[in-house]
Design a protein around this ligand. Structure first.
Ligand code: HEM
Length: 213
């Protein structure tokens, strides 16, 4: 079986593709989160950081095409796996076994995925596909999060993102066979730290911007 057939023709291969693309997307989120923290330094620092990023064209466009491709592959393969799972139980996979790892994260994976997709579309419409020449990005965030409904919506979205990542993290180790009982407590604890870091890290900015109005 060649590489292409293995990745797309078997459940394990598709799971590996999910894990690798998911990890890359989490890598983007980590960079995005660090960038967001710049907003705590004030409007000038954040707007200067955003201007620096936008001055990196055409690399930024290439990066965004790569990001969109990763996202698309993750969504398409995830959807295929979802429908395959409807037809067959996980124990029918060639190698992949799920030794009882059902959690809130794993049970809600397809639902959190759809909600995150809806959030990303809304998020891009709100902050990316807008005319930023009229209003600098910090002021755009500031006016958005002056409204408690936007703050609430973002905080709920960040909880959903965190729950999705929590299972993705655990699943990554399962897929690559790093599931020795000795390492499981460590993996579980690391997963919790990563989940809370993303959830609280992202949610803190809308709350902060609301509180300083
Ligand atoms: C409270 C949390 C978040 C805030 C305040 C925030 C803020 C922003 C802002 C201001 C931009 C536009 C940057 C610019 O064009 O200069 C942006 C872009 C983006 N955000 Fe977020 N974001 C948050 C969470 C997330 C999450 C959780 C995701 C993904 C699940 C995400 C995905 C994206 C993407 C894909 C872009 C476009 C990247 C690009 O244009 O290079 N964001 N975000």
């Amino acid at each position: 079986m060649n590489w292409y057939m293995f990745v797309l023709g078997s459940s394990v291969g598709k799971k590996m593709l999910m894990a690798v693309t998911g990890l890359c997307l989490v890598g983007f989120l980590a960079v995005h989160l660090l960038g967001n923290f710049m907003a705590f330094a004030g409007a000038d620092a954040f707007n200067a950081y955003a201007a620096k990023l936008h001055s990196l064209q055409p690399y930024l466009t290439i990066f965004n095409i790569g990001l969109a491709t990763l996202g698309l592959v993750h969504i398409v393969i995830g959807t295929i796996l979802f429908f395959e799972n409807l037809k067959a139980r996980p124990t029918k996979y060639d190698v992949y076994k799920n030794p009882g790892g059902r959690t809130i994260g794993s049970n809600t994976m397809p639902y959190t995925a759809v909600l995150i997709l809806a959030f990303i579309i809304l998020h891009l419409l709100k902050f990316t596909f807008v005319d930023k020449s009229a209003t600098p990005i910090f002021e755009l965030m500031s006016t958005t999060f002056a409204n408690p409904l936007w703050v609430l919506m973002y905080v709920v979205a960040m909880v959903i993102v965190a729950v999705h990542i929590s299972h993705g993290f655990w699943s990554l180790f399962q897929t690559f066979g790093v599931n020795h009982p000795r390492y499981m407590p460590l993996i579980m604890n690391l997963g919790l730290i990563v989940t809370f870091a993303f959830g609280i890290g992202f949610a803190s900015l809308p709350v902060y911007l609301y509180l300083i109005q």
